[in-house]
Each structure stands twice: as structure tokens, then as C-alpha cells.
Design a protein around this ligand. Structure first.
Ligand code: ATP
Ligand code: MG
Length: 567
């Protein structure tokens, strides 16, 4: 060992977030004998969104950092809304994010028999009773936060009667809504949730795993903590909205006398210009506004994957936003910047003209062409270079030319000179128009001595344009995406009668046909690159050899911040 005075200066370690601090303190005190066991407990009633990614990173991350384990458990107590399609998509998304539950895949429905026995135990201990009030009366009988509730007339049912009724509920003798099983806690408890909460309800519906075995289903509250307990979870990490349910979580563990994990609540991830609610995302899918759960505009993991985001960029977002006790909204730019930074380092540069304007170079010999060297990635020398064809006819971006340019427009105009990326200086001499007065092509001359992009006489140009050879370019279908909503907070509507749907961005998808350098003809689904000056793109799964489809992942800069500044 090094003597202390020779040790290297201690790096200032990042302070632990409060959840990790609790785990560390527990490890120090030996509360769980050094064991750390977490779980990620999705309900399979929709696809995962990026908010779930935060919970996944936290639960799997804390387990990994502490030599512990993290389970995947489906909280499948709501048979009407749940489906195997969701189970499979959730598994795929977690794996894609880079996490592994190994052999610890569980379903709350696997515990239904045990939960039923525990319910009987509470009945025998006079801690649960069958209540036969209609649901509305159960609700109104709860009182309000300032007024105590009233006891159900069935609260005093005998243990024998309760057991009999509960068995017959299971046997299917009653209709939905006829009876429920309630915990017998305290109808004037200051925590409303503890005023005799419902444990079981009759639901005559098939379950995606247990089929028609059950016609009574336990509530979330009577399932979640016990499932944690069965699995030996130490730290049951969930979002802040569960804070008020913690007393009930604790009550069931205590009165069932079972292993009692610690519930810890943290803040949800929210992003501007989008929504994080499975229910609403399902409405968007069903309405047809988006093409599906994996529409590249969706904040779902599958949508972001199809949009071209990497697992790393999403994990980095989750690490950046941090874990606290305060709900906040994170600017979408924080997510976008993650992928910008990553792809700036790793993505090939390519030239693609989104809105082509034809250029004829009148002093370039007809019938000839040449190949020029173009660097693949200025940030990464190992990415090498490629050849791009150059000839007499090119395409440039229509917006890079103005016939009558204002003072601050530095790109191409009559008698102006610009640099063509990796090629030559180009000067515009003439504009050709159709009968409607629209520019159809421009005639230019190039300076053969400026090959590679520099003039030997040292003269300068103010702009460098991307371009493609008209003869050799390949057409691409390009999808340009914008925010799903036009407002930062989609719930914030103009007037009270409005709804979040009013804020949907009707222009969130633009499809166009672009012209690309030939190297992109063979790009396969999932390939990411930068279209110079236009953003980062990925080849969509819809792409075929007949129609190549590229999605824009993100622009090179935050266009919305610039638009806001201008306002
Ligand atoms: P939603 O409201 O979108 O339907 P949910 O909370 O009902 O989400 P679950 O499937 O119950 O979805 O969530 C699984 C886990 O993910 C829970 O522990 C939940 O706390 C967590 N979670 C859900 N949304 C977020 C979010 N926006 N940020 C962080 N964690 C989240
Ligand atoms: Mg939920």
C-alpha cells in the first residue's frame, strides 16, 4: 500500500443521490445484511416510455453498483387492460437499453394463490371483511380528508361468514360489483387510503396468463408490496405519486408478518413537448394520429429506437436528470443533446440535398466526371474517407440560392462565389426560369484551380455548401420530424374546455424526396449518419432496395431555441 502522503489526490466524487445514499447507509448499518435487491415492476398495459427508462436505469443501476440483483416483475393485476404484446415489447425494450434480469422474470399473477391465502389469513385475524355495499357507497362512505368516513354495515360480519363469502366470490357465485374484500383498518384514519381499502374485486374477465382460473383479482395495493416481499426485495423504489400509498404498503407487510421491504419514492422524468402517460399514448395510437407505439415521434422507448436514438443516449439522459424528491420538467433539448454529442463523435458524414435545385457548370467538359475525396468524420480520423462523384450537373439545396439576396445572406446568388464541400469554388452567372417565373436551374462556372476547396491566390468565400452529382445521386425518402406537441406542456390548454389533443402538432411529420450521394444507396436499416448541415439520420425499418427511407433523428442545432430567441 502507498503511504498516505504519496497517494494521488482524491478525485472529488459526485455526491450520491438520495436513493443511493439510503442504500449505502443500509449497507453500512447492515440493515439487510449487505444485500441489495431491487425490481422494475411495469404494468403490461402499454409500451414503455422514456420515463420508465429512468426507473429501469435506477433499479438495475443500483443493483449492479452494489453487487445486488434486480428483478423484472410484471404487475399484472388489471386483466382488462393488459396484453402479452405489451409483455414482449417491455422485455425487448429493457434488453435494448442494456439491462438483464437473468432468470428473475416474475409475474404478480404467479402469486395469486399466495395472495388469496394471505387474504384468508387477514380475514381470520379479523383484519379483512367482505363488504356488500355498491361501489359508489363504498366511495362516499370514505368521507373526505377533513371528515371521517362511516363504517360499512358489513364491517362486523363474522369470520365464518367472511370466509364463506370470500370462497364463494372465488367460486364465481356472484356478479361483478356484488361484493368486495376490504381491509379492516380505520374509517377515520387521517390517510384516506387507509379507510378500509379494497383488497379484492370480482372481475369476470380472462387474464392473459391465468386465463379463466380467477374471477376475483387483487388490487394493486394488495399485490405490490407482497410481491416485493415474496421476492426478497430490499429497496422498493417507485415514483413520488406512490408516497401516499406507503402507509398501506407498510400496513399489509406488518399485519401479514412477512419480509418488509423499504418503499422509497423518487421524482418522475417529464420532458417538454411530450407526454408520459401510457393511457394517453394508447389514445394517440388508437386515434391513428401516430403510426403505432413505435412511431418515431412517440416518447416510447420503441419510438426513440426507431427514431435513431441509441441506448447510450437514453441512459445518459437518465444519468443527467438525476434522482430527487421534487417533480420537474426536463427540456427535450437535454435528450436531443445526448444523441448530438454521441453521433458527432461516431457518425459518418454524408452529403444529401433535401430540396434539390439543379446547377449546370457551363465550363465543365460535357460527358466527363471525376471522383473527389471526402472525409467521413472530421472528429474521427480512423473513419477514413470516401469518393464522391462530381460532374457538370449537380444539385444544391434550393434554400442555398437567392436571386436577390439580402445583406446577411452569404450563400449563393448571382455573381457570388461559394465553396462546394470537398470540391471547388463555384460562381453563379445565370438563372433559368419556367413560364411561371420559378427558378428551374442555375448556370455557374467552377474554378479548376480550387480543387479540394482552397484558392491558390488566397481569396476567401463566406459559405460552404453541400451538393450531389445529378447523374449519380440516388433518391431517398426522408422523414423530418418535429415535436409531437406545439406547447411545452401539452396539458396547458387555452381555455378550460380544451384538451391535450388540441396541442398536437399537425406538422410533426414532413416526408420528402431527397437526392443523396451514391454511398447511401446500400445503407441498411439502423445505419446512422450525419447529412452535412441537415442533421443526424437513421435508416428506417421501412427501407427497401426500391425505396430507401431515412428518419431525421435530430437537427444539428436546437432549432426551437433559435426560433424562441428570435421572437
Ligand atoms: P404511466 O403513468 O405512464 O402509465 P405507470 O407509472 O402507470 O406509468 P408502470 O408500468 O406502473 O407505469 O410503471 C413501472 C415503473 O416505472 C413504476 O415503478 C413507476 O414508478 C415507474 N415510472 C413510470 N413513469 C415514470 C416516469 N415518468 N419517470 C420515472 N419512473 C417512472
Ligand atoms: Mg401504473
Amino acid at each position: 500500500m502507498k503511504p498516505p502522503n504519496m497517494s494521488e489526490p482524491e478525485a472529488n466524487p459526485e455526491p450520491l443521490d438520495f436513493v443511493r445514499q439510503i442504500v449505502e447507509d443500509d449497507n453500512t448499518s447492515g440493515k439487510w445484511q449487505g444485500k441489495v435487491h431491487t425490481r422494475f415492476p411495469p404494468e403490461p398495459n402499454g409500451y414503455l416510455h422514456v420515463g420508465h427508462a429512468k426507473a429501469i436505469c435506477l433499479n438495475f443501476g443500483i443493483a449492479a453498483e452494489n453487487g445486488g440483483l434486480c428483478n423484472l416483475r410484471f404487475d399484472d393485476t388489471n386483466p382488462e387492460k393488459e396484453d402479452v404484446e405489451y409483455v414482449e415489447s417491455i422485455k425487448e425494450d429493457i434488453r435494448w437499453l442494456g439491462f438483464d434480469w437473468e432468470d428473475r422474470l416474475f409475474f404478480a399473477s404467479d402469486y395469486f394463490e399466495q395472495l388469496y391465502e394471505w387474504a384468508e389469513q387477514l380475514i381470520r385475524d379479523e383484519k379483512a371483511y367482505v363488504c356488500s355495499l355498491p361501489l359508489e357507497e363504498i366511495r362516499s362512505g370514505r368521507g373526505t380528508p377533513s371528515e371521517p368516513g362511516t363504517d360499512s354495515p358489513f364491517r362486523t360480519r363474522s369470520v365464518a361468514d367472511n370466509l364463506d363469502l370470500f370462497h364463494r366470490m372465488r367460486a364465481g357465485e356472484f356478479e361483478e360489483g356484488e361484493h368486495v374484500l376490504r381491509a379492516k383498518i380505520d374509517m377515520s384514519h387521517q390517510v384516506m387510503l387507509l379507510r378500509d381499502p379494497i383488497m379484492y374485486r370480482i372481475r369476470k374477465v380472462e387474464h392473459h396468463r391465468t386465463g379463466d382460473k380467477w374471477c376475483i383479482y387483487p388490487t394493486y395495493d394488495f399485490t405490490h408490496g407482497q410481491s416485493d416481499s415474496i421476492e426478497g426485495i430490499t429497496h422498493s423504489i417507485c415514483t413520488l405519486e406512490f408516497e401516499n400509498r406507503r402507509p398501506l404498503y407498510d400496513w399489509y407487510c406488518e399485519y401479514l408478518k412477512i419480509h418488509h421491504p423499504q418503499q422509497i419514492e423518487f421524482n418522475r422524468l417529464n420532458l417538454t413537448y411530450t407526454l408520459m402517460s401510457k393511457r394517453r399514448l394508447l389514445e394517440l395510437v388508437n386515434s391513428g394520429f401516430v403510426s403505432g407505439w413505435d412511431d418515431p415521434r412517440m416518447p416510447t422507448i420503441s419510438g426513440l429506437r426507431r427514431r435513431g436514438y441509441t441506448p447510450q443516449s437514453i441512459r445518459n439522459l437518465c444519468a443527467t436528470v438525476g434522482v430527487t424528491k421534487h417533480n420537474a420538467v426536463t427540456d427535450m433539448v437535454v435528450l436531443e443533446n445526448q444523441i448530438r454529442e454521441e453521433l458527432n463523435q461516431t457518425a459518418d458524414r454524408r452529403m444529401v440535398v433535401l430540396d434539390p435545385l439543379k446547377v449546370v457548370i457551363t465550363n465543365y467538359p460535357e460527358g466527363e466526371s471525376e471522383e473527389l475525396d471526402a472525409v467521413n468524420n472530421p472528429e474521427d480520423a480512423s473513419a477514413g474517407s470516401r469518393k464522391v462523384p462530381f460532374g457538370r450537373e449537380l444539385f444544391i439545396e434550393r434554400e442555398d440560392f437567392m436571386e436577390d439576396p439580402p445583406r446577411k445572406f452569404f450563400r449563393l446568388g448571382p455573381e457570388r462565389e461559394v465553396r462546394l464541400r470537398w470540391a471547388y469554388f463555384l460562381k453563379c452567372n445565370d438563372v433559368v426560369k419556367n413560364d411561371a417565373g420559378e427558378i428551374t436551374e442555375i448556370h455557374c462556372t467552377y474554378d479548376v484551380d480550387t480543387k479540394g476547396g482552397n484558392a491558390p491566390d488566397g481569396r476567401k468565400v463566406k459559405a460552404t455548401l453541400h451538393w450531389v452529382s445529378a447523374a449519380e445521386s440516388v433518391p431517398l425518402t426522408v422523414r423530418l420530424y418535429d415535436h409531437l406537441f406545439v406547447t411545452e406542456d401539452p396539458d396547458d390548454t387555452e381555455d378550460e374546455s380544451g384538451s391535450w389533443q388540441d396541442n398536437l402538432n399537425q406538422d410533426s411529420l414532413k416526408t420528402l424526396t431527397a437526392q443523396a450521394e451514391p454511398s447511401l444507396a446500400a445503407a441498411e436499416a439502423g445505419y446512422r449518419c450525419q447529412f452535412e448541415r441537415k442533421g443526424y439520420f437513421v435508416v428506417d425499418q421501412d427501407s427497401t432496395t426500391d425505396e430507401r427511407v431515412f428518419n431525421r433523428i435530430v437537427t444539428l442545432k436546437d432549432a426551437w431555441a433559435r426560433a424562441k430567441k428570435k421572437k
